[in-house]
Each structure stands twice: as C-alpha cells, then as structure tokens.
Design a protein around this ligand. Structure first.
Ligand code: DAH
Length: 340
C-alpha cells in the first residue's frame, strides 16, 4: 500500500476510535503521537520521499496529526466528565455554588421609593402602557390641540390614533381617581414612552413614579412637607426649593430642586456648580382634573408629583452614561449585587 493510502486509513481509524478508560486513551496517544509513534515514523519516511510527492503527503500527514490531537483532547474531556459525575451518596461533597443575580439599578431605586411612600400610607397603583387619549391627555386638562401636548412627543398606535404609548404615569392618577373615592394616597411606578430624536443620550422610554394625594383640606404645605420627607429619606437631604413652573394638570405647579451641596468635584459636576439638582415636577391637582374624574373640587383638594426613576438611579449610583441602564451588560449589572 502506498504511504498516502496508509495515512488515509489511519485517519479513518482515528476518527472512529472510542476510549472507555484513561489507559485506552494513553495507549492510543502513544500509538499515534508518541515519540516512537506512527506519526514520528511517517515523518522519518517523509524525508526520503521524492520532492514531487512531498506536497500531497505532507498535507495528509498534517491532517493525521491534527485529527489525532483533537481526538485525544475530546476523549480527555469526555472521560473527565464521566469520572467526575457526582456520587450521590457522597455527603461530604461541597454543594454546587449558586450564581446569585442582582437587581437592576432602576428596580432598586423604584423599590426604595415605594418603601418610602408606603411608610406614610401610600398604596401602589398601576395602569396600562398603551393608553387612550382621555387618560393620558384630555382628562389631565390637555384637550386636543392644546399646545402643551407638544411637551411630550407621543407615539400613537398607527391603526387607531386614539390609542398611544403613555407619555407619563400621570395617566394612572386619572384611572385611580375614576375608580376610588378620596381619601387617596397612591404612587404609580411604570414605564413611559416619548418619541424623541434618538441620540446617544436620549431614549424612547424611561421610568416614572407618579404620586397623588387627595383629601379634604390638602394644601401646598402638605405637598412641601411630603417632598421634604421624601428627599430626606432617599438622599439624606431635606433642603428643597420649589420653583414656579407649568403643568396643565396642576395649579399652581412647581419644579422641585434638592440641595445636594458642593462638597466635592462630583457635586460641582452634577449640579453644574449650583449645588441644586432638579428632581421632579409637582403641584396642586387642577380642579378641572378632579372634576373630570368625578371628584368634587369644592369638597376635595390634593397634590400630585412625578419623577423620573432613571435619572435618580444615575444620581444615586453616580452612573455617567444613561445607556448603561438599557444595555443589560452583566458586568455593569453585577456591580449592584450588594444593593438591596
Ligand atoms: N407628568 C409630568 C411629566 O411627565 C410630571 C409631573 C409633573 C407629574 C407635575 C405630576 C405633576 O403629577 O404634578 O413631565
């Protein structure tokens, strides 16, 4: 038989070889790959071949070598997994370690805020992400063609523009008031959508928490007190300021800034050198909104507020790039294992 045919035959033999024990495998390795093995012999013979045959035979020899090496590696792992099967009756074996996951920073912050408000009697309510015009806009004092609708670029459901992806969790206020009688104290966490130009920093969805408190004699002072309690619990800071602002569903309306301080370089950076950080919008629920939800504004009053969870997660964990929150990179998420 010619050398080429012999090698081909060996390759077939190798491919079909099975080893049941480590000894079988070692014999196999020595037979083909050992110092005095078949391959070594072939390479010796190879040297005395005519030059015109060397190319073909050389290629086959290399194939033989890699096939044998691969086979050895494969059989090694196979045998190892066979022998390391757990012995069920060996009670001294250490347990398998369990990979513990971590909560997403947005969930961590959301749960924390829920806790803070639960402690002062707020319930948790939710509403649908696909909303109708009434709950997202009209009932909130934003009638059709109202210019303030432009503040929140909206994704409409193409087939039926009466439906849209809610642009804020304020829609849940309306649903809650429609279905519950005062006194009301509720917070509504959820995902919201805005049709904003996609850039590195802007996202088409984010998370908000809406707060609502309706009762007899609720005043702006109650709102301020509640917010101070909240910022103190969440940030350990209770110095806040309320800047006049405009939201169609509240009157008066305000933007809430918390005094973060200017103790280090990060504070300067985060607050743009002012020490103040804007964290949410709020106000006294507009009487029109109460009326739209069948609550008598002559009998009841209340306050509402809305804040972005993503932004607060960035602040609390000093995360510089908002994209990290939606990339689900395990190396990023794992860093929150120690958090609650
Ligand atoms: N819905 C507002 C937004 O998405 C946030 C907001 C502001 C909610 C003031 C409120 C409020 O309840 O009183 O920008």
């Amino acid at each position: 038989m010619q050398m080429k045919d012999k090698i081909k035959k060996n390759i077939i033999e190798i491919e079909s070889f099975v080893a049941n024990t480590n000894e079988d495998l070692e014999d196999f390795r020595i037979k083909y790959l050992g110092k005095k093995g078949l391959l070594a012999d072939y390479f010796t013979d190879f040297k005395s071949l005519d030059n015109d045959k060397k190319k073909d035979v050389g290629q086959l020899l290399n194939q033989l070598k890699t096939t044998a090496q691969l086979k050895v590696e494969n059989l090694k792992t196979k045998l190892l997994s066979k022998t390391s099967k757990p012995k069920l009756n060996d009670l001294s074996r250490p347990g398998d370690s369990i990979q513990i996951g971590s909560r997403h920073p947005i969930s961590i912050v959301k749960n924390r805020i829920i806790d803070i408000f639960s402690n002062i009697g707020f319930t948790i309510s939710e509403g649908p992400e696909i909303e109708d015009d009434w709950h997202n806009f009209s009932a909130l004092n934003l009638p059709e063609h109202h210019p303030a609708r432009d503040m929140q670029d909206t994704f409409f459901v193409e087939k039926n523009p009466d439906y849209l992806l809610r642009t804020h969790t304020s829609s849940v206020q309306v649903r809650f008031m429609e279905n519950n009688k005062p006194p009301i104290r509720t917070i509504s966490p959820g995902r919201v959508y805005r049709n904003e130009a996609i850039s590195a920093r802007s996202h088409c969805f984010f998370h908000q928490i809406e707060g609502l408190c309706i009762d007899k004699d609720i005043s702006f002072a109650d709102l301020k007190q509640t917010l101070e309690y909240f910022t103190n619990q969440l940030f350990g800071k209770s110095k806040i300021r309320l800047r006049p602002s405009y939201f169609p569903f509240t009157e008066p309306s305000a933007e809430v800034d918390v005094y973060w301080g200017l103790n280090n370089e990060t504070d300067y950076k985060m607050t743009k050198g002012t020490g103040w950080l804007e964290i949410m919008g709020c106000g006294m629920v507009d009487p029109n909104v109460l009326q739209n939800c069948n609550i008598d504004p002559n009998e009841y009053s209340g306050f509402a507020f809305g804040l972005g969870i993503d932004r607060i997660a960035l602040l609390l964990h000093q995360i510089e790039d908002i994209r990290l929150l939606s990339e689900n990179d395990i190396r990023f998420l794992e860093q929150f294992k120690a958090s609650f």
